[in-house]
Every structure is written in C-alpha cells, then in structure tokens.
Write a protein that binds this ligand. Structure first.
Ligand SMILES: Nc1nc2c(c(=O)[nH]1)N[C@H]1C(S)=C(S)[C@@H](COP(=O)(O)OP(=O)(O)OC[C@H]3O[C@@H](n4cnc5c(=O)[nH]c(N)nc54)[C@H](O)[C@@H]3O)O[C@H]1N2
Ligand SMILES: Nc1nc2c(c(=O)[nH]1)N[C@H]1C(S)=C(S)[C@@H](COP(=O)(O)OP(=O)(O)OC[C@H]3O[C@@H](n4cnc5c(=O)[nH]c(N)nc54)[C@H](O)[C@@H]3O)O[C@H]1N2
Ligand code: SF4
Ligand SMILES: [Mo]
Length: 726
C-alpha cells in the first residue's frame, strides 16, 4: 500500500519540502509539499530525481575497507562497529605519534550538518579543516563581518533595485532566489546584471554589463567614485555610522569611468549610467554571487568594495535593502556555532592551523577579531561569525603538509560531503597528497574518484532518510525523515559521535540521536522537534535599523569602510583592484599563447557540482562536459558545434565537447566543472576518468593567483586556448 510521507530534499541548499509516495520502504513518487511554509510545493528538476538517487544501484550501502593497494578498486565489507574501531584506533595512534593536528578534514558546500564535524575536530584537537570555504560565500561573510559586523542575504522581495553581480539564480537557485527576482521585477524593481555572459537574467534586466571576468573590483571602485563625487551617497548614514570614508574616497579617485572602461571591456557611459541607477533607486540589494568569489586575486577586495557600496548608499538594515541580524525568537535557538564547541580547541592547537601565517584573516586571528566585536552585541541579535565557515586552514597548505611533512606531518584525513578531487584546483596534487596518507576516510553516497582513494568508506544516508533543522536568520523549519535508512546507511551525526566516543569524547556527545540535538536547540523557545514539525516551522519578526540601538559588530562599532581588522592583519584596509596574473593586460606572453579568457563552473541544471553523473535521467540532459565559445570564435578556429576539443591553460589540458552560443563574448570560453565518469573503471590510473575532463586541472592555486587576504583561488578569469582534439 502506498503512503504519503512528508520529508525534504537536501540535494542543494534550500531544503525544499517533499511529499514522498512510499510503498514497502521504496519511494515510488516525489512531489513538492504544498504545505511547506517556505517552499510551498516548489521543487526543481534535481529534487524530482530523489527516488533515482535514494535507490540507485551504485549507492554505498555498507562500510568498506580497501583490499590491496590504495586506489586498486578492491574492497572488503566490514560492520560499522568494526570499521569505526579500526579508524579510531589508527587515529588515536597517529595523534600519539604526530599530535592531533595530523588529522585534516576536507569539506564541500554546506550539504550536511558541519557543526558535528567541527565539534569532533575541536575535541580531537585539530584546527585543520579545509575545502571550498575559501572560495564559496564564506569569504564574503568574513569580509561583511569585518566591514559591518554581520552578513545579509538581501531583501529581494521588497527591493526597488536588484543587482545580480556574478550571480545566475535561474540555474543556481531555481526554487529559492530566482522566483523572488522575477517577483521583484513584476513589482517594478529595476534589475542590473553584471555578468560576462548574456544569461537569462540579463535579458530581463534594465542594464546588462558584460564585464571582463576578474575585473569587478575595478568596476565597484568606479561606481563608488561616481556615487561619492556626484554626492549620491547617504550623507547622514556615512557621517554617523561609518569610519574611513576619506580613505575610501581617496582609494577610488583613480578609477575614473574612462580608466574603468579600459580595464573592464565596458563603456564609460555604461559605467556611469549603471552607478547612477543603483545609487538612485533605493532600497537596493546587491546579491551575493559566486562570480565574485571565484576570481582569485580580486575576490576578497571585490567583496569588500561590494560591502562599501551597500553601506554608503544607506541600504544596510532597511526594508528592501540588506537586513542584518536574527529575527526574534529565532536568535534564541541554540546556534550551530555553540554546538561546534570551539572553546575546546586550545590556543596552542589554534596556532597550528595550516596556512594561517599566509592568510591570517581567514584563520583564527581574523575570526577571533570578528568574534570579539560580535560579543559586544546583545546575545541572539547578530549571529557570531561562524568558525566552521570563516576560520579554516588553507587547502594548499594542508595538501603541502601531507606531501612534504612541512611544517609538520599531516598523515590522516577525513572527507565528508565533499569530493576534493573534483572541487579543488590542481587535482593531480590533491591526488598525490591523499595517496600519501597513512589513513584516508570518506563518508559518501557513491564511490567517487576521491572515495576510490580511501582506506575506509562509510555509507551515508540521503536527506530523506534522516532529519534536519533548517535555520536561517528569519525562520526555523523542521526537516522530517521520510523513510528509515536503507541497508547500513547512517547519518553524519552518528558517524562523528561514534568516532568521538571511541576517542575519549563520550562526555561531550550527550545526545544519543540527532533528534535529541534538535530538541536541545529548540528548548529555549519552548518547542520540541516534533512540535516544530507539527506547527510548520517557527517564523521570526524582523526589525530594522537596529544598529541605531546597538551599533555595528565591528571593533569601532561603526561600518568600517577602512577595515581596522584588515589593517591589523597586514591586508589592504581599503578596497584595491589587482590585474590577474594571467590576463590580456597582465601578461602579454601568456595571453598570446592562450588568447581566450576562461571562466569555469557556471551552474546548469540538473547537475550539482560533481553529482548526478550516475543518474541516467540527469545524464540524458547533459551527457558530456561542455565548453562554450562564441560562434565566430569557433569559426576562426575551424571548429564546429559538437566537436571534441581540448581546452588548455599553462597548467594542463582537458577534453570537452564544444557548444556554441552568442551569449558568451567572442574573447572568452566558458567550461563546465565537476566532470568525472562513473561508468569508467574505478581503479587507478582511471579513477573514473577524473583526469580527462576535470576543469580544475586548468586552475592554479599558487599564491600569486590567490587573493592575498583569504587565499581564494581562481575558478574564473584565467587564460586558455581551445584546439581540436589530436
Ligand atoms: N572549476 C571549478 N571548481 C569549483 C567550482 C567552480 O565553479 N569551478 N565551484 C566551487 C564551489 S562554489 C563549491 S561549493 C565546491 C563544491 O564542492 P563539493 O561540495 O565537494 O562538491 P560536490 O561535487 O557536490 O561533492 C559533494 C560530495 O559529497 C557527497 N554528498 C552530498 N551530500 C552529502 C551528505 O549529506 N553527506 C555525505 N556524506 N556526502 C554527501 C556527494 O555524493 C558528492 O560526492 O566546488 C568548487 N569547485
Ligand atoms: N544547478 C546548480 N546549482 C547550484 C550549484 C550547482 O553545482 N549546480 N552549486 C551551488 C553552489 S555551492 C553555489 S556556490 C552557487 C553558485 O551560483 P552562482 O552564484 O549563480 O554562481 P555561478 O553559476 O558559478 O556563476 C554565476 C555567474 O558568474 C559569472 N561570472 C564568471 N566569472 C565572472 C567574473 O569574473 N565576474 C562576473 N561579474 N561574473 C562572472 C558567470 O557567467 C555566471 O553566470 O550555486 C549553487 N547552486
Ligand atoms: S532546489 Fe531542488 S535540489 Fe535544491 S533542495 Fe530544492 S528540490 Fe532539492
Ligand atoms: Mo559553492
């Protein structure tokens, strides 16, 4: 008999409500839940494939231990208890030999709990969590904390002007943000799109600025100059609530429209008109977009300049602008930060965080400064800067320590909800580093190229097989379990707790189940998880301009247009623009051999990063890795749509299929990321074809390409050539 179970999708961030039709433990139908208080029945093409994912024949269903050589593709089945015992024993002995810092973690984008991982690491004693956080949203968060003491997602619904700056929600946020943009447009909001590609949003925009990749910081400085010199800024706000205005004014003085035009491929008229439109139309939102965070050397300062734009135009913490802080009573729920138990990690261990000497702002020195400023605000008003997101080791340094033993040996790693061989730059080095370990442990849904290198692989359950509590600044929604975990799959909380208990952490994991944690978190608002689910979530009431009462959570209590934290840590305290190392003006010799500007990883449906490649219904829609060129560029190279080509940078080359589109500039190439081939052999040297079409083979992470403040590496604004496959 079929029954309908309420559950949720976690195949990307919004955790959309699902109704599952379940028959004998099998999901036979998937629909959006119209009663879900946030997503109201909407789901996307990926969410509709939930049953294909849950019941896929390639799913990992039992713990595995490698047999024979690492990467040989041979495994033996163990029980959870035995596998955990063995891993714990080896971790304990490695800690005894090298110190707790010898254990690293690689994380991906926020797909699972994360606070449980951080709690385990803090209790174990290692500061070496690393991964995508140096490039994905978290830099923008850290910078916003340093500038105005909080992070905002923009009140798009009520905005009169929306700027999508390096952001394509029609592909990346089809359920969350994109419908809001369309609604704002219908309500008469003006839309500005800054994107090198003519994305669907650009066609709906009042202004589209087809910018040269990697030059956004120059455009932002140009906008700031116009807004300041034409007196279009909010004088009262700037006078009362900011510090460093004169420094900012001086920093943008050289960015005249003509100079910015030469840098950005835009015209001076476009630059002036767009700056005026943004400044004049209030309230306005500049959304966060990955197009900014993925531009390496400029990523951090562009994020700073974006913060300055929001502030000087008086858009902070106003309706339709950039609201800050938690809505009561959501701020009273026990935070994920509290569950991380960061105080458990000693100063001595914090000081060992890898990469922190080079990028102190994104490690404990920067985080603890942001945190100290936050602590002066009333509790529950502004969430503290998340250590999990904005206080991490640098992946280059962590892999370096695996390979060289310097500054100390990293001999063990755990990857969970991350696929480092596909996500991070220079996968050959990542591969060599992971292979050099004494112990590599992966928790996964599928055998991926990264998991194929592990000593132990643990089968993790899908979102519909476990619960979650989805909390934002404005609401908290229960995510109920739809079906019992299949086979021996378990959730990540059970994994970390079981491992922790074996390593002497039993007193610190008092909650036997993750549901007990949800009840603990909800106790201050007088609810249990079941009650939260029954009442369809908890919604907060937003208040605005609370800085008038509390000030901002920065060292000065004001918006720091000149950042004192940046200054203290040796980073440029007012925004600057830097030319990319490889770019037409930056390096003529490289540009001559690699004439096209390369961007990678522009999102497309239904794939999520390296996932869904094994799901037939998804793969039919996108069978091959694509690189897109303008038709004229392809014609000049004698290439035709559908040809197999090689995309090459000074780093390496990858094989892709050519697509043609006049949506991209003739001077650029746009290449997919995340490609591997589950249908190819698992064993080395194939590793599911991870070195064939993995665009991160083309992406460097040497210091000269990374932002000097955070070490954000570039996935965009590189130089390449496209040639016919030999
Ligand atoms: N060239 C290039 N590279 C990029 C990008 C780009 O644009 N261009 N984008 C970057 C960005 S923004 C990000 S966030 C990273 C993403 O990097 P990752 O998050 O590492 O990417 P995914 O491919 O989603 O890998 C997640 C893996 O975890 C598994 N998984 C998913 N959910 C769960 C879960 O709940 N529990 C467990 N245990 N496993 C789970 C999946 O099967 C998958 O193998 O990639 C980055 N890499
Ligand atoms: N379908 C799908 N959706 C996803 C994901 C996925 O893998 N697949 N991943 C999720 C994750 S973790 C993230 S971080 C988000 C990211 O989602 P978005 O923020 O939308 O990021 P992208 O699609 O990577 O890039 C956005 C736009 O930036 C432009 N761009 C590239 N380089 C530059 C530049 O230098 N300057 C400017 N101004 N624009 C540039 C690209 O043309 C692209 O249109 O998507 C999330 N949603
Ligand atoms: S947007 Fe799609 S994939 Fe993401 S949580 Fe919602 S249904 Fe799932
Ligand atoms: Mo991301």
């Amino acid at each position: 008999m079929t029954e309908v179970k309420r559950s949720y999708c976690g195949l990307c961030h919004p955790r959309c409500g699902l109704l599952l039709e379940v028959d004998g433990g099998r999901i036979v139908g998937v629909k959006g839940d119209p009663e879900h208080p946030v997503t109201r029945g909407a789901i996307c093409a990926r969410g509709r494939l939930m049953a294909d994912h849950v019941h896929h024949p390639d799913r990992l269903n039992h713990p595995l231990k490698r047999k024979g050589e690492r990467g040989a593709g041979r495994w033996q089945r163990l029980t959870w208890e035995q596998a955990l015992d063995e891993v714990a024993e080896q971790l304990g002995s490695l800690r005894g030999k090298y110190g707790a810092e010898t254990l690293a973690f690689t994380h991906g984008t926020k797909r699972t709990l994360h606070w449980d991982q951080r709690r385990f690491f803090n209790l174990f004693g290692s500061p070496n969590t690393c991964g995508a956080n140096n490039i994905c949203m978290c830099p923008s968060q850290a910078v916003a904390y340093a500038t105005y003491g909080g992070f905002s997602h923009g009140d798009v619904r009520q905005a009169k002007c929306v700027v999508l700056w390096g952001h394509g929600p029609s592909r990346s946020g089809p359920v969350g943000l994109y419908p809001m943009i369309r609604q704002a447009k219908k309500n008469g909001a003006r839309l500005i799109v800054v994107d090198p590609r003519r994305i669907p949003e650009a066609e709906q925009a009042d202004m589209w600025l087809p910018i040269r990749p990697g030059t956004d910081a120059a455009l932002m400085l140009g906008w700031l100059r116009i807004i300041i010199n034409e007196e279009r800024y909010d004088h009262d706000f700037v006078d009362q609530w900011t510090v460093g205005f004169d420094d900012l004014k001086a920093a943008c003085e050289e960015y005249t429209p003509e100079r910015v035009a030469r840098i950005t491929w835009l015209s001076a008229d476009q630059i002036v008109a767009s700056a005026r439109l943004y400044a004049e139309t209030r309230p306005a939102v500049i959304t966060w977009g990955f197009g900014i965070d993925k531009q390496g050397v400029n990523a951090t300062q562009a994020a700073r300049a974006r913060c300055c734009l929001r502030a000087v135009t008086g858009n902070l913490d106003v309706p339709g602008g950039e609201p800050l802080g938690m809505c009561d009573p959501i701020g009273r729920i026990v935070s994920e930060q509290a569950l991380q138990h960061n105080e458990a990690l000693s100063e001595a261990q914090r000081a060992k965080q890898l990469g922190v000497d080079e990028y102190p702002f994104f490690g404990f020195p920067g985080w603890s400064r942001n945190e100290a400023a936050n602590r002066r605000l009333p509790q529950g008003y502004m969430p503290p800067p998340s250590a999990d997101m904005t206080c991490v080791a640098h992946a280059r340094a962590v892999f370096g320590a695996m390979l060289t033993g310097e500054p100390y040996p990293v001999r063990a790693a755990i990857s969970l909800a991350s696929n480092p061989l596909l996500a991070l730059p220079d996968p050959r080095r990542t591969c060599a580093a992971l292979k050099s370990l004494d112990l590599y442990v992966v928790g996964e849904f599928y055998m991926t190229p990264s998991a194929a290198l592990a000593d132990y692989v643990f089968p993790i359950c899908s979102t519909v097989e476990t619960t979650e509590m989805w909390t934002t600044a404005a609401f908290c929604v229960a995510c109920p379990r739809g079906i019992a975990p299949l086979f021996e799959r378990r959730n990540t909380y059970d994994f970390w707790r079981a491992l922790g208990i074996r390593l002497g952490q039993e007193e610190d994991w008092p909650w036997e189940t993750v549901e007990a944690v949800w009840d603990f978190r909800l106790a201050p608002v007088g609810l249990t998880f079941d009650q939260l689910a029954a009442q369809n979530g908890l919604f907060g009431r937003r208040e605005y301009r609370r800085y008038e009462q509390y000030g901002f959570g920065t060292p000065s209590g004001k918006v720091e247009l000149r950042s004192s934290i940046f200054a203290e840590l040796g980073c440029a305290p007012v925004p600057v623009y830097r030319e990319m190392q490889h770019s037409p003006p930056g390096d003529a010799a490289t540009a001559a051999a690699y004439p096209l500007v390369l961007i990678t990883g522009s999102r497309f449906m239904p794939m999520y990063h390296s996932e869904q490649r094994q799901i037939a219904a998804a793969r039919e829609r996108r069978p091959d890795p694509l690189v897109t060129l303008h038709p004229e560029t392809a014609a000049g190279l004698g290439l035709a749509e559908g040809d197999w080509v090689r995309v090459e940078t000074p780093m390496d080359g990858v094989r892709m299929r050519l697509a043609l589109s006049d949506r991209v500039d003739p001077r650029m190439a746009d290449a997919d990321h995340g490609w591997w081939f589950p249908e190819r052999p698992a064993a080395e040297p194939e590793l599911f074809g991870v070195f064939a079409s993995n665009v991160n083979l083309l992406c460097p992470d040497d210091a000269g390409f990374c932002s000097p403040e955070i070490g954000s590496w570039p996935h965009s604004a590189l130089m390449c050539r496209v040639v016919r496959e030999a």
